[in-house]
Design a binder for this molecule. Structure first.
Ligand SMILES: *[C@@H]1O[C@H](CO)[C@@H](O)[C@H](O)[C@H]1NC(C)=O
Ligand SMILES: *[C@@H]1O[C@H](CO)[C@@H](O)[C@H](O)[C@H]1NC(C)=O
Ligand SMILES: *[C@@H]1O[C@H](CO)[C@@H](O)[C@H](O)[C@H]1NC(C)=O
Ligand SMILES: *[C@@H]1O[C@H](CO)[C@@H](O)[C@H](O)[C@H]1NC(C)=O
Length: 236
Protein backbone atom coordinates (compact mmCIF):
# COMPACT_ATOMS: atom_id res chain seq x y z
CA UNK A 1 0.00 0.00 0.00
CA UNK A 2 2.77 2.39 0.88
CA UNK A 3 4.52 1.70 -2.44
CA UNK A 4 1.31 2.16 -4.41
CA UNK A 5 0.63 5.61 -3.03
CA UNK A 6 4.26 6.59 -3.52
CA UNK A 7 4.20 5.96 -7.29
CA UNK A 8 1.70 8.63 -8.36
CA UNK A 9 3.68 11.19 -6.38
CA UNK A 10 6.78 10.30 -8.37
CA UNK A 11 4.90 10.65 -11.66
CA UNK A 12 3.62 14.08 -10.72
CA UNK A 13 7.08 15.14 -9.61
CA UNK A 14 8.67 14.15 -12.92
CA UNK A 15 5.92 15.79 -14.98
CA UNK A 16 6.38 19.08 -13.16
CA UNK A 17 10.14 18.79 -13.45
CA UNK A 18 10.00 18.35 -17.22
CA UNK A 19 7.73 21.36 -17.71
CA UNK A 20 9.77 23.55 -15.42
CA UNK A 21 12.87 22.69 -17.43
CA UNK A 22 11.26 24.44 -20.44
CA UNK A 23 10.67 27.67 -18.52
CA UNK A 24 10.79 30.50 -18.95
CA UNK A 25 10.03 30.73 -22.63
CA UNK A 26 10.08 34.23 -24.10
CA UNK A 27 9.80 35.51 -27.67
CA UNK A 28 12.79 37.33 -29.17
CA UNK A 29 13.19 40.91 -27.91
CA UNK A 30 12.30 42.38 -31.30
CA UNK A 31 10.01 40.76 -33.83
CA UNK A 32 7.22 41.44 -36.24
CA UNK A 33 4.62 39.21 -37.83
CA UNK A 34 1.29 39.14 -39.59
CA UNK A 35 -1.58 38.10 -37.36
CA UNK A 36 -4.89 36.59 -38.40
CA UNK A 37 -7.14 37.86 -35.64
CA UNK A 38 -10.65 37.09 -34.53
CA UNK A 39 -11.71 39.39 -31.74
CA UNK A 40 -15.08 39.32 -30.04
CA UNK A 41 -16.71 41.31 -27.32
CA UNK A 42 -20.01 40.78 -25.50
CA UNK A 43 -21.81 43.13 -23.16
CA UNK A 44 -24.51 41.89 -20.85
CA UNK A 45 -27.16 42.97 -21.48
CA UNK A 46 -29.26 44.96 -24.01
CA UNK A 47 -30.06 41.42 -25.08
CA UNK A 48 -26.43 40.56 -24.85
CA UNK A 49 -24.89 42.95 -27.32
CA UNK A 50 -21.90 41.66 -29.17
CA UNK A 51 -19.37 42.52 -31.83
CA UNK A 52 -16.89 40.35 -33.68
CA UNK A 53 -13.96 41.58 -35.71
CA UNK A 54 -12.15 39.57 -38.36
CA UNK A 55 -8.78 41.22 -38.89
CA UNK A 56 -5.43 40.92 -40.53
CA UNK A 57 -2.85 42.77 -38.47
CA UNK A 58 0.78 43.74 -38.80
CA UNK A 59 2.20 43.26 -35.34
CA UNK A 60 5.50 44.54 -33.96
CA UNK A 61 7.05 44.01 -30.54
CA UNK A 62 10.18 45.94 -29.63
CA UNK A 63 11.39 45.42 -26.09
CA UNK A 64 14.41 47.71 -26.63
CA UNK A 65 12.24 50.63 -27.77
CA UNK A 66 9.54 49.73 -25.21
CA UNK A 67 6.82 49.67 -27.82
CA UNK A 68 4.22 47.31 -29.27
CA UNK A 69 2.03 48.00 -32.28
CA UNK A 70 -0.83 46.43 -34.18
CA UNK A 71 -2.02 47.78 -37.57
CA UNK A 72 -5.37 46.25 -38.44
CA UNK A 73 -7.47 45.84 -41.55
CA UNK A 74 -10.70 43.88 -41.56
CA UNK A 75 -14.39 43.82 -40.84
CA UNK A 76 -16.56 44.21 -37.79
CA UNK A 77 -19.84 42.36 -37.50
CA UNK A 78 -22.43 43.36 -34.91
CA UNK A 79 -26.21 43.16 -34.59
CA UNK A 80 -25.98 46.68 -33.12
CA UNK A 81 -25.25 48.20 -36.55
CA UNK A 82 -27.05 47.59 -39.84
CA UNK A 83 -24.19 45.98 -41.72
CA UNK A 84 -20.56 44.89 -41.57
CA UNK A 85 -18.21 47.79 -40.87
CA UNK A 86 -14.73 48.10 -42.30
CA UNK A 87 -11.96 48.33 -39.70
CA UNK A 88 -8.79 50.16 -40.65
CA UNK A 89 -6.95 51.28 -37.57
CA UNK A 90 -3.76 51.03 -35.59
CA UNK A 91 -2.80 50.79 -31.95
CA UNK A 92 0.65 51.76 -30.74
CA UNK A 93 1.58 51.21 -27.12
CA UNK A 94 4.64 53.38 -26.54
CA UNK A 95 5.94 52.98 -23.01
CA UNK A 96 9.04 55.06 -23.81
CA UNK A 97 6.95 58.23 -24.16
CA UNK A 98 4.03 57.01 -22.05
CA UNK A 99 1.48 57.35 -24.83
CA UNK A 100 -0.95 54.95 -26.39
CA UNK A 101 -2.00 55.91 -29.93
CA UNK A 102 -5.31 54.88 -31.43
CA UNK A 103 -5.30 55.78 -35.11
CA UNK A 104 -8.29 55.70 -37.43
CA UNK A 105 -6.35 55.13 -40.65
CA UNK A 106 -9.40 55.69 -42.87
CA UNK A 107 -10.33 59.08 -41.37
CA UNK A 108 -6.77 60.02 -40.54
CA UNK A 109 -7.69 60.89 -36.99
CA UNK A 110 -5.69 60.03 -33.92
CA UNK A 111 -6.25 59.74 -30.23
CA UNK A 112 -3.63 59.56 -27.56
CA UNK A 113 -4.10 58.32 -24.06
CA UNK A 114 -1.81 57.91 -21.12
CA UNK A 115 0.23 54.78 -20.65
CA UNK A 116 2.68 53.82 -17.93
CA UNK A 117 6.17 55.07 -18.69
CA UNK A 118 9.17 52.83 -18.24
CA UNK A 119 10.59 49.46 -19.19
CA UNK A 120 8.23 46.84 -20.57
CA UNK A 121 8.01 43.18 -19.77
CA UNK A 122 9.27 40.56 -22.17
CA UNK A 123 6.61 38.63 -24.04
CA UNK A 124 6.76 35.29 -22.26
CA UNK A 125 4.87 32.22 -21.33
CA UNK A 126 4.42 32.81 -17.60
CA UNK A 127 6.67 30.85 -15.24
CA UNK A 128 3.68 29.24 -13.57
CA UNK A 129 2.02 28.30 -16.88
CA UNK A 130 0.33 24.95 -17.17
CA UNK A 131 1.59 22.74 -19.99
CA UNK A 132 -1.57 21.58 -21.77
CA UNK A 133 -0.29 19.57 -24.72
CA UNK A 134 2.48 18.99 -27.22
CA UNK A 135 1.67 19.12 -30.95
CA UNK A 136 3.59 18.70 -34.19
CA UNK A 137 2.87 21.31 -36.85
CA UNK A 138 3.53 21.69 -40.55
CA UNK A 139 5.44 19.57 -43.04
CA UNK A 140 8.56 19.72 -40.87
CA UNK A 141 6.58 18.44 -37.88
CA UNK A 142 7.80 21.34 -35.73
CA UNK A 143 7.39 20.50 -32.06
CA UNK A 144 5.09 22.96 -30.30
CA UNK A 145 3.90 23.23 -26.75
CA UNK A 146 0.54 24.58 -25.69
CA UNK A 147 0.52 26.48 -22.41
CA UNK A 148 -2.26 28.05 -20.37
CA UNK A 149 -1.50 30.97 -18.09
CA UNK A 150 -2.83 34.23 -16.69
CA UNK A 151 -2.71 37.36 -18.85
CA UNK A 152 -2.57 40.69 -16.97
CA UNK A 153 -5.76 42.33 -18.24
CA UNK A 154 -9.28 42.11 -16.92
CA UNK A 155 -10.95 43.22 -13.74
CA UNK A 156 -8.55 43.75 -10.82
CA UNK A 157 -7.83 40.35 -9.34
CA UNK A 158 -9.42 38.54 -12.28
CA UNK A 159 -6.77 38.34 -15.00
CA UNK A 160 -7.67 37.02 -18.42
CA UNK A 161 -6.58 33.53 -19.39
CA UNK A 162 -4.16 33.01 -22.24
CA UNK A 163 -3.56 29.83 -24.20
CA UNK A 164 -0.41 30.03 -26.30
CA UNK A 165 1.05 27.62 -28.82
CA UNK A 166 4.79 28.17 -29.14
CA UNK A 167 7.53 26.33 -30.99
CA UNK A 168 9.67 24.45 -28.49
CA UNK A 169 12.73 25.53 -30.43
CA UNK A 170 13.00 29.31 -29.97
CA UNK A 171 9.63 30.00 -28.36
CA UNK A 172 8.27 31.27 -31.68
CA UNK A 173 4.59 32.09 -31.16
CA UNK A 174 2.26 30.13 -33.43
CA UNK A 175 -1.11 30.97 -31.95
CA UNK A 176 -2.36 32.89 -28.97
CA UNK A 177 -5.83 33.10 -27.51
CA UNK A 178 -6.88 35.36 -24.65
CA UNK A 179 -10.25 35.09 -22.95
CA UNK A 180 -11.67 37.31 -20.25
CA UNK A 181 -15.07 37.48 -18.68
CA UNK A 182 -17.93 35.38 -17.49
CA UNK A 183 -21.35 34.30 -18.72
CA UNK A 184 -22.97 36.87 -16.42
CA UNK A 185 -20.83 39.95 -16.95
CA UNK A 186 -19.78 39.68 -20.58
CA UNK A 187 -16.21 39.83 -21.77
CA UNK A 188 -13.97 39.36 -24.76
CA UNK A 189 -11.92 36.83 -26.66
CA UNK A 190 -8.88 37.42 -28.83
CA UNK A 191 -7.53 34.72 -31.09
CA UNK A 192 -4.45 35.34 -33.21
CA UNK A 193 -2.69 33.01 -35.61
CA UNK A 194 0.87 34.15 -36.23
CA UNK A 195 2.25 34.17 -39.78
CA UNK A 196 5.61 35.18 -41.26
CA UNK A 197 7.21 35.91 -37.94
CA UNK A 198 10.55 37.65 -38.43
CA UNK A 199 13.04 38.42 -35.74
CA UNK A 200 13.97 42.11 -35.66
CA UNK A 201 11.92 45.15 -36.68
CA UNK A 202 11.99 45.31 -40.47
CA UNK A 203 9.52 48.17 -40.81
CA UNK A 204 10.22 50.81 -38.18
CA UNK A 205 7.15 52.85 -39.29
CA UNK A 206 5.00 50.28 -37.51
CA UNK A 207 6.12 51.61 -34.13
CA UNK A 208 5.43 55.32 -34.78
CA UNK A 209 2.11 57.02 -35.40
CA UNK A 210 1.58 58.50 -38.89
CA UNK A 211 2.89 62.05 -39.22
CA UNK A 212 -0.65 63.50 -39.28
CA UNK A 213 -1.01 62.37 -35.64
CA UNK A 214 1.93 64.45 -34.45
CA UNK A 215 1.70 67.38 -36.88
CA UNK A 216 -1.95 67.70 -37.74
CA UNK A 217 -4.87 69.01 -35.75
CA UNK A 218 -6.72 65.69 -35.77
CA UNK A 219 -5.37 64.39 -32.51
CA UNK A 220 -7.54 64.25 -29.41
CA UNK A 221 -6.79 63.11 -25.90
CA UNK A 222 -8.77 60.29 -24.38
CA UNK A 223 -8.85 59.62 -20.68
CA UNK A 224 -9.33 55.92 -20.91
CA UNK A 225 -9.11 53.31 -23.58
CA UNK A 226 -12.47 52.13 -24.82
CA UNK A 227 -12.03 48.59 -26.03
CA UNK A 228 -10.43 45.68 -24.17
CA UNK A 229 -8.45 45.15 -27.37
CA UNK A 230 -6.61 48.38 -26.61
CA UNK A 231 -5.68 47.03 -23.18
CA UNK A 232 -4.26 43.72 -24.38
CA UNK A 233 -0.68 44.85 -24.67
CA UNK A 234 -0.86 47.94 -22.46
CA UNK A 235 0.24 46.16 -19.31
CA UNK A 236 3.42 44.61 -20.69
C1 LIG B 1 -12.18 36.55 -42.11
O1 LIG B 1 -11.13 36.99 -42.97
C2 LIG B 1 -10.52 35.96 -43.71
C3 LIG B 1 -9.33 36.56 -44.45
O2 LIG B 1 -9.67 37.77 -45.06
C4 LIG B 1 -11.54 35.32 -44.63
O3 LIG B 1 -10.96 34.28 -45.35
C5 LIG B 1 -12.70 34.79 -43.78
O4 LIG B 1 -13.72 34.28 -44.63
C6 LIG B 1 -13.28 35.88 -42.92
N1 LIG B 1 -14.29 35.33 -42.01
C7 LIG B 1 -15.47 35.90 -41.83
C8 LIG B 1 -16.38 35.26 -40.85
O5 LIG B 1 -15.79 36.91 -42.41
C1 LIG C 1 5.50 49.69 -43.11
O1 LIG C 1 4.38 49.89 -42.28
C2 LIG C 1 3.52 50.95 -42.68
C3 LIG C 1 2.47 51.10 -41.62
O2 LIG C 1 1.71 49.94 -41.50
C4 LIG C 1 2.94 50.63 -44.05
O3 LIG C 1 2.13 51.69 -44.46
C5 LIG C 1 4.07 50.41 -45.04
O4 LIG C 1 3.53 49.98 -46.27
C6 LIG C 1 5.04 49.35 -44.52
N1 LIG C 1 6.19 49.29 -45.39
C7 LIG C 1 6.64 48.13 -45.89
C8 LIG C 1 7.85 48.22 -46.75
O5 LIG C 1 6.07 47.08 -45.69
C1 LIG D 1 -8.50 65.40 -40.36
O1 LIG D 1 -9.66 64.58 -40.35
C2 LIG D 1 -10.52 64.83 -41.46
C3 LIG D 1 -11.77 63.98 -41.29
O2 LIG D 1 -11.95 63.56 -39.97
C4 LIG D 1 -9.80 64.49 -42.75
O3 LIG D 1 -10.63 64.74 -43.85
C5 LIG D 1 -8.52 65.30 -42.85
O4 LIG D 1 -7.77 64.88 -43.97
C6 LIG D 1 -7.66 65.15 -41.61
N1 LIG D 1 -6.55 66.09 -41.63
C7 LIG D 1 -5.29 65.72 -41.74
C8 LIG D 1 -4.27 66.81 -41.66
O5 LIG D 1 -4.96 64.56 -41.88
C1 LIG E 1 -10.66 63.93 -19.47
O1 LIG E 1 -10.32 64.36 -18.18
C2 LIG E 1 -10.25 65.77 -18.04
C3 LIG E 1 -9.72 66.10 -16.66
O2 LIG E 1 -10.04 65.12 -15.72
C4 LIG E 1 -11.66 66.35 -18.29
O3 LIG E 1 -11.61 67.77 -18.17
C5 LIG E 1 -12.10 65.97 -19.70
O4 LIG E 1 -13.43 66.38 -19.92
C6 LIG E 1 -12.04 64.44 -19.90
N1 LIG E 1 -12.26 64.14 -21.29
C7 LIG E 1 -13.07 63.17 -21.67
C8 LIG E 1 -13.18 62.95 -23.14
O5 LIG E 1 -13.70 62.46 -20.89
Amino acid sequence: MAVLSFLPVLVIYFTLGRVEAQQPCCTPLQWQATLGVTYGQAWIDSNTAQAVQNLTAEFAFDWNKRATAMWMTGTQYSPLVPGPLPVHSAYIWDHATGVMWTVDLARKSCQHSELSKGPIAKLCVADDAMHVATTHLGPSQMVCDIFKFKWPVGEPGFPAIAAATVARNGCTPVRIGIVDGSPTSGGFFFDARVYNMKEGIHNTSLLSPPSYCTHGSNTTTANESISPLTKLFSTL
